[in-house]
Ligand binder design. Sequence first.
Ligand code: NAD
Length: 462
Amino acid sequence: MEGEMAFFDAAEVMKELRETFASGKTKSYEWRVSQLKALIKLAEYHEGEIVEALRSDLSKPELESFLHEISLMKTSCQLALTELRSWMAPEKVKTSMTTFPSSAEIVPEALGVVLVISAWNYPFLLSLDPVIGAIAAGNAVVLKPSEIAPATSSVLAKLLGQYMDSSAVKVIEGAVPETTALLEQKWDKIFYTGNGKVGRIILAAAAKHLTPVVLELGGKSPVVVDSNTNLKVAVRRIIAGKWGCNNGQACVSPDYVITTKDFASELIDMMTSELEVMYGKDPLESNDLSRIVNLNHFNRLTKLLDDPSVSGKIVHGGQRDVSNLKIAPTLLLDVPEDSLIMNEEIFGPLLPIITVNKVEDSINVIKSKEKPLAAYLFTNNKKLKEEFITSVSAGGLLINDTTMHLAVHTLPFGGVGESGMGSYHGKFSFDAFSHKKAVLHRSLAGDFTARYPPYTPRKQRL
Ligand code: NAD
């Protein structure tokens, strides 16, 4: 690392973890189970401390901390414990005539020593969910939590130090210098959650060592609202996925809405009244909304609102209070296509609503932008659903709800194009940290000699 001193010796950390991995200890079923059980214990015994850290980092409401971070993490762990034997079992596969007689299997193999770099918005879940996959697959792992959620980072370092096997699972806290020092090492996999700009730095660092990566990035996730819907349910589910997820600071939060011109005012009226039911007349006073994580992000979001090209477009909300970093749920109608807000991921409580003549036109609006992490559609129209599924490319699609697809462990969670590469959750997490080793068993009987030289004319005719 040039210029700056890392506060730890990354090469020394790597050396210790390599030795642990080489000893074979992390590959045993018993070790994996013991570590997964330790993670569950850690979450159960220290729930209050974790909730408090999330409150300090984000004013995250307790129910959101519990449901979206602690509970999801425990469910992941429990699933890995229940399924581990079957995930670890070699999979028998068919062979071909060319190798007759033979049998074949795919043997999942731990990759080695892996690095998990996580983000600040769900700092507990996004740190431990990939770690669960890494451990289940039998790897040694370093976790680098986000410095932007310092209280959670420090709780993770303390609790993992207390509960986990420290010769194989380590937490390195820090920001760019520490991450840069870690990235210089040769890892067997890097799993990164965060923005695409840093994603490119990760990918470049990984390329030097030919290290495979998973990049869990973000993007502008659209919501299409057709007039043929149950508007109240649709609106509630949009609110839950936007402001009910860390006040819009979630990778799968709705980024903008597309609806038809003649339906927009009905949609805005319903949004406004439901927002008031959920967050009261003065949402800045609500304890059920997270704050903006820090002043940099607060300023970034107010800049989007203060952009002259969107002035006069706010149809609801817009209040802010810099003293406690709060921004109210805010709706904007028909902001220009070239405004700042339509050209970067919002990642906060602002929601532009774009109108089109026909609902089918929304598909072209989505296709004109980079591939998002999620795309949502509310409709009862079967044909529209089919067209949406066929035409829209995104990490994941969800019809008639928002964000809930990530709680379905049988679905892979990850992006495509600008929203990332690779996926995890459930068995996909195990696979993300495993090599699928191809093993072919041949018999020494019945040797077919045509493949051996000399390649006589007779053999060539075969
Ligand atoms: P962040 O600022 O916490 O950064 C993420 C990680 O990158 C941190 O650990 C940080 O220390 C590290 N980092 C920052 N700069 C670096 C550099 N120059 N070199 C090396 N490492 C560096 O989080 P963020 O990027 O603000 O997170 C928000 C973004 O993440 C959004 O785009 C969001 O959509 C995306 N996100 C995606 C998912 C997902 O699962 N796909 C989940 C959460 C967030």
